[in-house]
Write a protein that binds this ligand. Structure first.
Ligand SMILES: Cc1cc2nc3c(=O)[nH]c(=O)nc-3n(C[C@H](O)[C@H](O)[C@H](O)COP(=O)(O)OP(=O)(O)OC[C@H]3O[C@@H](n4cnc5c(N)ncnc54)[C@H](O)[C@@H]3O)c2cc1C
Length: 316
């Protein structure tokens, strides 16, 4: 099928839904495409305790169902489709899936990112159940417990430092014998090692998750130097081996930095505009730093306001 719209919104995470509500309420009648994961990343977690206005917290899928219902008050139909290619050299822009073609005067890309995991057995069942990819989101649940962080870059060290103020003891599991994190972060980490808050397990890899009756209980680790295999019982485990922004369909179409979409930023009026005029980006797909529900929703709002302004300025 073929569709035409003033604003095409790609993605139904926090950023996409928020952009849709704002765009629809300003009379732009956006078309919203959901992708394969309706509701986005928060569908994979249980308690969300930092979403303002929800004392006591809210379950991730419940928040996203409410977002979906709220959006449908203004955008009755969300199209279940997965975008595979874009052509920004034509006016209107042309966006395609396997089955549909969308002509759009402006576009808001809100396709999020995907946390990398280890691809070990049982991982999918344990995700969101003591196996997390976000210490800022889930660290609070591990007060006074022992936890592990997997990785050796800035994210891993940052997550370990964050958790060191909450958890009892942190095991940083790194497969090499030196960290890739910036020196200043390493210095802070070493101070925590001296305090006895953090243990770094060098040259160590995770061989398996230990689970009992579907619950995460710890990790089976191997020391790569001597082959020593042992179990580490812990309360939770945080993956910090990177995120993959969902931009495969945008390669060579937009300016990207390490896969993330580059937007104008604060220096320019249309902060969320990408390297192509009329194409905007919001949420984790354009944010390698904060990656939070509230920041994604906030930038979704900004992208919708920017798109509206751009359409006005360009008489579309
Ligand atoms: C386990 C976990 C727990 C978390 N807990 C919290 C928390 O407690 N608090 C907090 O603030 N943050 C939390 N986060 C982070 C939060 O989930 C993200 O910051 C937020 O979901 C980002 O929203 P987004 O809209 O940018 O993208 P996403 O939520 O990633 O949504 C992306 C959307 O784009 C769609 N899409 C992708 N590719 C395509 C395509 N090619 N075509 C069409 N559609 C596409 C997907 O289907 C999806 O609908 C957590 C994240 C994880 C992984």
């Amino acid at each position: 099928m073929s569709f035409y719209t003033k604003v095409l919104i790609i993605g139904t995470g926090l950023a996409g839904y928020t952009a849709a509500i704002y765009a629809a309420r300003s009379g732009l009648s956006p078309i919203v495409v959901s992708g394969l994961e309706v509701g986005g990343q928060l569908m994979n977690t249980s308690d969300v305790e930092n979403w303002p206005g929800e004392p006591g917290g809210i379950i991730g899928p419940e928040l996203m169902l409410r977002m979906d219902n709220h959006t449908k008050e203004f955008v009755p139909e969300i199209i279940n489709d997965y975008i595979v290619s874009v052509d920004f050299n034509v006016t209107p822009f042309l966006v395609s899936s396997e089955k549909n073609k969308y002509q759009a005067e402006s576009i808001i890309i809100a396709t999020g990112s995907t946390a990398r995991y280890l691809n070990l057995p049982a991982e999918n069942n344990l995700r969101g159940k003591r196996l997390s990819a976000c210490a800022t989101c889930d660290g609070f649940f591990y007060k006074g417990q022992d936890v592990a962080v997997i990785g050796g870059g800035n994210t891993a060290v940052g997550e370990a430092l964050y958790l060191s103020n909450i958890a009892r003891r942190i095991f940083l599991i790194h497969r090499r014998d030196e960290l890739r994190a910036e020196k200043i972060l390493q210095d802070r980490l070493m101070a925590k090692v001296k305090e006895g808050k953090v243990d770094i397990l060098w040259n160590t890899e995770v061989k398996a998750y230990i689970e009992y009756q579907g619950k995460f209980k710890g990790l089976t680790l191997i020391n790569k130097i001597d082959g020593f295999l042992y179990d580490l019982p812990i309360g939770g485990c945080f993956m910090a081996i990177g995120h993959t922004p969902n931009t495969a369909f945008l390669q060579n179409k937009l300016k990207l930095k390490e896969g993330y979409i580059v937007v104008n930023g604060k220096s320019q009026t249309l902060e969320t505009m990408t390297s192509t005029s009329g194409v905007f980006a919001a949420g984790d797909v354009a944010d390698s730093r904060y990656r939070q529900a509230i920041t994604s929703a906030g930038s979704g709002c900004m992208a919708a306001l920017d798109a509206e302004k751009w359409l006005q300025l360009n008489n579309r």
